[in-house]
Design a protein around this ligand. Structure first.
Ligand code: NAD
Length: 357
């Protein structure tokens, strides 16, 4: 397996592989960029079909974290880790402690938080072996950053609705959510409270049932959710759901979700634009979680955290305006903006850009 010539390798500062015989741990940590600070990012556990697939995922995800934190105005770099394994079958306390030791061996360059397949309880186990973890404060949600992610995505949807439909709320609109897990559930709640009709699909029957019973979400088969005729599609499950084939079949005018790396390839942002679909860049609107983790680390008050998450609205509005005036895809505009924030000498920040308009 090659790392430097892997398709998703993007001058990552560090890619390191860890294994532990006793617990069966096999994991990869990728640090993409630490220009703005230590690389903070989730630790994902997933039954990857191959090591190449795990490497591809961790390289893409860590790069996305660099852009996400930069655009959110956080003093953090981009990193991510993956554990190869099925979280429902292979996860043990000893394995999580071994992951903690692996993280510790990186000396603080990478700081882990929860992600798909891991939970706050796992981060607590890692914390027995390393201080380089985050996202386990005893707040209302027990340290879970997902409610903040959902809030940011909801604000992103509202911003897109205002921009595209000229409406001030989601009242009367139809939204399809793919994945009703940690983020999808809280997102559905925001949307229902805002007057939307919410359709949802989940491969996990219990998660689907919870959203149907508690929130009045309308259940849809997993194979049909992407092509439902709705105003907004919100991918909140796994990445790479938007490719040439799925984009051609979409019947939503706006795509705005929490899943990382929704675009299968770089060309898909232009493809969405060509189909007249307003795409809200994932790494911009799903930054609520990393903003939450950051404020947990520095001990901010809830109001400070909340108003930071709310800046997502203005940043997205800026990206949508620039996309309109340049006729370029939203994803490219957002990436450009993030790269500008990464230039250390530029002193540029997103708030200043907005004022300059
Ligand atoms: P989760 O694992 O809690 O929920 C994902 C849900 O999607 C699960 O219920 C799963 O059964 C379902 N699912 C998987 N494949 C599906 C499919 N093909 N069709 C329908 N349902 C499917 O994860 P989460 O924490 O809610 O995160 C959701 C996405 O958002 C992930 O891509 C994650 O990386 C991203 N994200 C999460 C956060 C966060 O704060 N949790 C922050 C940023 C990005």
């Amino acid at each position: 397996m090659s790392v430097f010539s892997a398709p998703a390798f993007d001058q990552h500062e560090l890619v390191t592989f860890g294994a532990d015989k006793g617990t069966g741990l096999r994991a990869i940590i990728a640090v993409h960029d630490t220009t703005l600070g230590p690389a903070v990012g989730g630790c994902r556990m997933f039954p990857y079909a191959s090591e190449e697939e795990a490497l591809h995922d961790v390289l893409r995800l860590s790069r996305g974290m660099t852009y996400k934190s930069a655009l959110a105005g956080l003093p953090l770099g981009g990193g991510k880790s993956v554990i190869i394994g099925d979280s429902r079958r292979d996860k043990t306390p000893a394995l999580m402690r071994a992951m903690g030791e692996f993280i510790h061996s990186q000396g603080g360059r990478y700081v882990a938080a929860e992600d798909s397949g891991t939970a706050v309880a796992d981060i607590r186990l890692m914390a027995e072996r390393t201080p380089h973890v985050s996202g386990m404060n005893d707040n209302e949600f027990g340290g879970d950053p997902s409610p903040s992610t959902a809030y940011g995505v909801f604000l992103g949807i509202r911003t897109a609705v205002r921009h595209r439909l000229g409406a001030d709320s989601c009242a009367g609109l139809r939204v399809a959510i793919q994945g009703l897990g940690h983020v999808g559930y809280y997102l559905a709640r925001h949307l229902r409270n805002d007057g939307a009709t919410v359709y949802g699909a989940d491969l996990n029957e219990a998660n689907l049932r919870r959203a149907v019973d508690e929130l009045g979400v309308m259940p849809v088969a997993a194979g049909e959710i992407l092509t439902l005729e709705v105003d907004i599609l919100s991918p909140c499950a796994m990445g790479a759901v938007l490719d040439g084939r799925s984009i051609a079949a979409l019947r939503a005018g706006i795509v705005a979700g929490a899943a990382n790396n929704q675009l299968a390839t770089a060309d898909d942002s232009a493809r969405l634009q060509d189909h007249g679909i307003l795409y809200c860049p994932d790494f911009l609107i799903n930054a609520g979680g990393i903003i939450d983790v950051h404020h947990q680390r520095i001990g901010s008050a809830d109001e400070v955290k909340r108003s930071h998450v709310e800046r997502i609205e203005q940043t997205l509005a800026e990206v949508l305006l620039r996309a309109d005036s340049t006729q370029r895809p939203t994803h490219e505009i957002a990436e450009d903006l993030a790269r500008e924030c990464l230039r250390p000498a530029s002193g540029l920040n997103v708030a200043a850009l907005r004022v300059a308009g």
